[in-house]
Design a protein around this ligand. Structure first.
Ligand code: FAD
Length: 254
């Protein structure tokens, strides 16, 4: 239950309010509104101007309170990233939920966070203005979030980004998904999602030779009510193969 509500208009004011006990940020509120058993104070982030996407010199900066549907519609973001956002939730939740709130609460089935992991996104945290790789953030979420606010998600635009997924219905959250990024330097990153408490990074390097096998192996114990580990391993290898083929077939230098 929300006991106290504040809507600051500056970041410094918000950070000050967040120092109070039992006080947490609220963005879209889709998750917080379901927390009926705790007594909390909330600091609403909607007036902090963190809802824009900026591009500069191949750097993409996504404000933490950008709604997911805004990302789907943003033509400058990679096409397959926008598809991954589309698969995350139905339209009504995409219209409310923010990218920051999603990263805080995501599990392994998040197509967006799988994509951000492949994109090697960095989270900018205040008050220290630290840049934390999303891979580190996912491992240490509760410790990092203590008294910290995600203000933006920064990505170095890749030359190619591709996303593949398998789900029970075309618009369901994935049972297995794979995302791949390749930059001009040849650096290639592959991540898998669809299982567990967070997506997993499979490879980060210049050699894509063993990526399919690595994907198979990464899901060799990925067994739950949605799919067996045998099925997931098999599908992870196939999806990784499609991602690699797509990267190899995409004309470079665009
Ligand atoms: C019908 C329905 C179905 C859902 N299904 C799923 C599902 O299948 N899987 C799933 O993972 N979630 C699900 N959710 C939960 C929710 O939609 C997502 O987790 C959502 O992305 C949260 O985003 P939000 O902006 O609404 O966050 P909020 O509810 O506002 O906040 C979520 C958490 O993140 C923190 N937070 C928010 N913004 C920041 C920030 N900038 N910096 C630091 N902390 C921040 C808040 O303090 C809070 O702890 C569902 C919700 C609904 C209503």
């Amino acid at each position: 239950m929300i006991m106290k509500y504040a809507r600051p208009t500056s970041l410094s004011e918000a950070l000050l309010l967040l120092r109070e006990p039992d006080t947490i940020p609220i963005a879209g509120g889709t998750c917080i509104s379901r927390e009926i058993n705790s007594h909390i104070s909330v600091v609403d982030l909607q007036d902090l101007d963190l809802n824009e996407i900026h591009f500069e010199k191949q750097k993409i900066q996504i404000g933490a309170t950008c709604k997911l549907q805004y990302l789907v519609l943003h033509k400058f973001l990679p096409e397959f990233f926008r598809k991954a956002v589309h698969y995350e939730f139905p339209l009504n939740i995409r219209n409310s939920a923010s990218i920051g709130g999603l990263i805080v609460k995501c599990d392994g089935r998040s197509s967006i966070v799988t994509s951000l992991l492949a994109l090697d996104a960095n989270l900018v945290l205040e008050p220290d203005h630290d840049q934390v790789p999303i891979s580190d953030f996912l491992i240490k979420r509760p410790a990092i979030l203590k008294n910290h606010l995600i203000v933006s998600i920064n990505v170095s635009a890749p030359q190619v980004f591709y996303f593949e997924h398998i789900a029970r219905t075309p618009l369901d959250r994935p049972i297995v998904c794979a995302a791949i990024s390749q930059w001009k330097t040849g650096r290639t990153r592959l991540a898998l999602g669809g299982y567990g408490s967070q997506p997993v990074l499979v490879c980060d390097g210049e050699n894509s030779e063993n990526m399919q096998l690595a994907a198979r192996s990464a899901f060799s114990l990925a067994n739950d009510a949605w799919a067996s580990s045998e099925y997931r391993s098999e599908m992870a290898e196939i999806l990784a193969g499609r991602c690699i083929d797509n990267i190899q077939e995409t004309p470079k230098g665009q």
